[in-house]
Design a protein around this ligand. Structure first.
Ligand code: PGA
Length: 250
């Protein structure tokens, strides 16, 4: 069975104190139990240590980005080893904001994926098309190159450690969600790409999350789709109530 995963991407939000308050609320709420198999939060680098040290053990903590090299003269960057040394266990790679604002290419992201897997950490690898790409009916081609160029150098054991997040850029932070049919169509397409490359058994094991204006109102309909295994949540992850409600939308 594929894992049902709900992950919160806190982006560039929350001071140390604000993050601690959110953690307190999350800790209260997870005690009541959640339906998702795995919960992950991605705080900013400056908050990872305090979140790791205060969050309920049932919630995994991750970083929103990492550098592809082990160490060295890369001012302002953070390595996988540094992230791992905080107790974080997951790293988000290739979020569309990183691709768009920081010029992260599939080629660079493939190296980041390798760095994360080499440390035995979990990768959540993001893909998704922009609005012009969808309007030009180019979205399948874009997603295919993001998936194949970023991930298909991995062997079977490597790909099995990867979680994929499909996040149409036009749905991120816009309040416009992909319809459940649109999400299912792309998720099934991604799974078919993996099946073609690695076989059905592996494709069936990989969790594919939907992201982009996912909220407590639409999560249930999205998570009901056959190939949607959970969500990568931005805005709604900053409210403990909403995040946990989404994690209970299965
Ligand atoms: P959103 O962001 O839920 O605020 O649309 C999702 C994301 O960027 O991961």
């Amino acid at each position: 069975m594929r894992k049902k995963i709900v992950a919160g991407n806190w982006k560039m939000n929350l001071t140390v104190n604000e993050a601690e308050s959110l953690v307190k609320e999350l800790n209260q709420k997870v005690k009541e139990g959640v339906k998702a198999d795995q919960l992950i939060v991605f705080p900013s680098f400056t908050n990872i240590v305090s979140v790791v040290n205060s969050i309920d053990y049932s919630i995994n903590v991750g970083a929103q980005n990492c550098h592809e090299s082990k160490s060295g003269a890369y001012t302002g960057e953070v390595s996988v080893d540094m992230i791992q040394s905080t107790g974080a266990t997951v790293i988000l790679v290739g979020h569309s904001e990183r691709r768009a604002y920081y010029g992260e290419t599939n080629e660079l992201l493939a190296k980041k994926v390798d760095a994360v897997l080499a440390a035995d950490m979990q990768v959540v690898y993001c893909c998704g098309e922009t609005l012009p790409e969808r309007e030009a009916n180019n979205h399948f081609r874009v997603i295919e190159s993001q998936i194949s160029e970023g991930l298909f150098h991995l062997d079977e054991s490597g790909i099995s450690e990867v979680v994929i997040a499909y996040e149409p850029v036009w749905a991120i932070g816009t309040g416009v969600t992909a319809s459940s049919e649109q999400a299912q169509e792309v998720h099934a397409f991604i799974r078919s790409l993996i099946a073609k490359k690695y076989g059905n058994e592996i494709a069936e094991q990989i969790s594919i999350l939907y992201g982009g204006s996912c909220n407590p109102k639409n999560a249930e309909e999205l998570f009901r789709q056959k190939d949607v295994d959970g969500g990568l949540i931005g805005g709604a992850a900053l409210k403990a109530n909403d995040f946990i409600q989404i994690a209970n939308s299965y």
